[in-house]
Write a protein of this length. Structure first.
Length: 308
């Protein structure tokens, strides 16, 4: 009997109770409004225990939607099992293609409302590192600030992507140095929760198109400038132009109306930084569509001309 079957038998879960499957885990209906997840990939017991502790630390009362909650983490041979609270709602991304233009604008406003609400979550008082998962300890705190962490992150990423971006991005070396120079000044802002992958696939809506939960914290979850989440949340809304509805400019106008048009350059800078940091996330040899999306951002002259 394979490990998966053994786990399902042990926890008295039928195979047909499966309700989802992602890159890292299979998800099954469980008792008492819970789900059981089986992780058989790169996730470890320690990383999922850290995620549980992170969820437990969040100031949930500061937002109007739910965050995930992990009740238990278990090691089961070569797999890790979690028991988690079942969250209602459906991914916003599943709804977008069915909306008319007016409904789409309303959905964008709700998406923005949820995105802005995250600014209510402050960093813990005794913060030791800025990035949730940081094995290289690039974000050790308080030995550096938010900008120094980003510099460290860019420096660590550079050898992995310099050859590729140097080939595909106009004047990449000069652009890379320009971003580093903009991070030289001390960071004077507040430290807020950054989801790091705030997108329609991770925001759950109810039947009235209201946000009810935000899921999938992890790889890029950090504490720092909330504008990072606003910037990436903006470009993630219709990341690859699947809706063919000029979403990027429409949503940017909504966002700037909410936070001030003087923040445009800050948003652009964070999109450019993210485009370097994530260029090889899904393809180590930089051959996938996400890499090409990053190149397009880094070659966007409008982004660069608005930098301070």
């Amino acid at each position: 009997m394979d490990t998966r079957k053994q786990i399902l038998n042990k926890y008295n879960v039928a195979p047909d109770a499966q309700i989802g499957s992602g890159m890292e885990a299979e998800v099954f209906e469980y008792k008492h409004d819970s789900v059981l997840k089986i992780y058989a990939g790169t996730a470890t017991f320690d990383s999922l225990l850290s995620l549980k502790q992170f969820y437990d630390s969040l100031e949930r009362q500061q937002v109007y939607f739910k965050f995930p909650h992990i009740d238990s983490v278990y090691q089961e041979r070569d797999c890790v099992v979690t028991i988690e609270q079942k969250l209602g709602g459906h991914p916003m991304s599943a709804l977008l293609t069915h909306l008319d233009d007016k409904q789409l604008d309303a959905a964008m406003q709700e998406y923005l409302r949820a995105l802005l609400a995250l600014a209510n979550i402050n960093a813990p008082k005794h913060l030791t590192q800025l990035k949730l998962f940081d094995p290289e300890q690039l974000s050790k705190f308080p030995h550096g600030d938010w900008y120094q962490f980003l510099q460290n992150y860019l420096k660590e990423k550079h050898p992995q992507i310099a050859l590729h971006l140097g080939r595909d991005v106009i004047h990449f070396s000069e652009k890379f140095e320009q971003l580093n120079e903009q991070l030289e000044s001390p960071y004077a802002g507040q430290y807020k929760l950054i989801h790091g992958d705030f997108c329609p696939g991770n925001l759950l809506f109810d039947n009235q198109h209201q946000a009810v939960a935000l899921i999938d914290f992890g790889l890029m979850t950090m504490y720092g400038d909330h504008l990072f989440d606003l910037a990436t949340g903006w470009v993630f809304f219709d990341m690859y132009d699947e809706l063919k509805a000029n979403i990027r400019e429409r949503f940017l106008e909504m966002l700037l109306e909410a936070i001030g048009h003087d923040k445009r350059g800050d948003l652009y800078r964070y999109v450019l930084i993210y485009s370097i940091l994530s260029a090889n996330t899904y393809s180590p040899d930089c051959t996938d569509g996400h890499y090409q999306w990053c190149v397009s951002n880094l070659n966007n002259s409008d982004f660069w001309k608005h930098l301070a």
